[in-house]
Design a protein around this ligand. Structure first.
Ligand SMILES: Nc1ncnc2c1ncn2[C@@H]1O[C@H](COP(=O)(O)OP(=O)(O)OP(=O)(O)O)[C@@H](O)[C@H]1O
Length: 309
């Protein structure tokens, strides 16, 4: 679906945003691109959608090099790419249905067909009853559903969600990620999910690429990368989202990945050493666990099992 080959991107003024980036996104995957602010994630999405061209190297989307295409051929590829944005980018003076209709109008789809497609995609995102509401009359989650419906209007093969849940509370964020995966199952499209939050990767991605200062530092199946993060940047992203918990004096928080999950033996060891389990996130065959450790207690020594800090 997407192939980057040794892509460099230097912006005017000499700022190097990407260095020698090579990656492949397979059709049907949910591919996460994660990194701190300034890592180059948005540059990657702009290269995929053809809004920017590489300074060197090649970007191929749907088998085509957008930088080498013009006019109708270029628009044909771009119409297969849907975009969902952090701040929704809805037109305030148009209703939900009017916003979803816009790309269809621009593509010259006749009114009757347009109306039918608008109904279809609003139904797909669970907003049939909200078609005539204006953005100001919708919640953040509903606005994002309109954004997703609009991105789906032209039946894209690829959907790019750029920090699509960053402006939403955790519960709404989770429902939007579920919706994206549902839509993917129903339509078979490929998802690219750009985020700075590992929870998003954990919740919605099959694959992930970790970026740091314009460089791809680690990539692979999301489960594997979450379980055995090889690079310091990945571990820092994993450790960034600390659970909201009140610690007793002399307690510290630590995150570990426990192979095999929280079995009886592990729980017994934790209880015996007065280590509190603060939160547990399952990953395939393992668990990501935040622990509150009493002073002087080392989680590895306590667990006596394979853990990845
Ligand atoms: N149009 C531009 N002109 C000059 N420099 C740019 C331009 N766009 C981005 N940059 C720079 O390139 C680097 C990568 O930016 P990019 O927006 O791709 O990062 P990001 O990972 O998406 O960050 P964020 O999460 O903050 O959006 C940054 O240092 C940024 O300042």
């Amino acid at each position: 679906m997407i192939e980057f080959q040794h892509v460099h991107k230097t912006y005017e003024g000499g700022h190097v945003a990407l260095q020698d980036l090579s990656l492949e996104v397979k059709a049907g995957s949910a591919f996460g691109i994660i990194g701190e602010s300034g890592a180059g994630k948005s540059t990657v999405t702009r290269l995929i959608s053809g809004l920017e061209v590489p300074s060197s190297g090649e970007v191929r989307v749907l088998g085509q090099n957008l930088a080498a295409l013009a006019g109708r051929e270029r628009r044909a590829v771009q119409s297969k790419i849907g975009m969902v944005f952090q701040h929704f980018n809805l037109l305030a003076q148009r209703t939900a249905a009017g916003n979803v209709a816009l790309p269809l109008e621009l593509a010259g789809v006749p009114k009757k067909k347009r109306d039918a497609r608008v109904r279809e995609v609003l139904d797909l995102v669970g907003l049939s009853a909200f078609a005539e509401r204006y953005p100001a009359q919708l919640s953040g989650g509903q606005k994002q559903r309109v954004g997703i419906a609009r991105a789906l209007a032209l039946e894209p093969r690829l959907l790019i969600a750029d920090e699509a849940t960053s402006a939403l509370d955790p519960a709404t964020s989770a429902s939007i990620l579920r919706l994206l995966r549902d839509v993917q199952t129903k339509t078979g499209l490929t998802l690219v999910i750009v985020t700075h939050q590992m929870e998003v990767v954990r919740a919605a991605c099959t694959h992930v690429a970790v970026m740091e200062r314009g460089v791809l530092v680690e990539s692979g199946e999301a489960n594997e990368v979450l379980r055995r993060p090889a690079h310091a940047a990945t571990r820092a992203l994993l450790n960034a989202h600390k659970p909201d918990v009140t610690l007793a004096p002399h307690e510290t928080l630590a995150r570990v990945t426990i192979e095999g999950g929280l079995g009886t033996e592990v729980l017994a060891r934790l209880a015996a050493s007065k280590v509190r389990v603060v939160s547990v996130e399952p990953i395939e065959g393992a668990a990501d666990v935040w622990l509150a450790l009493p002073e002087g207690v080392n989680e590895r020594a306590v667990l006596g099992v394979e853990v990845a800090a």
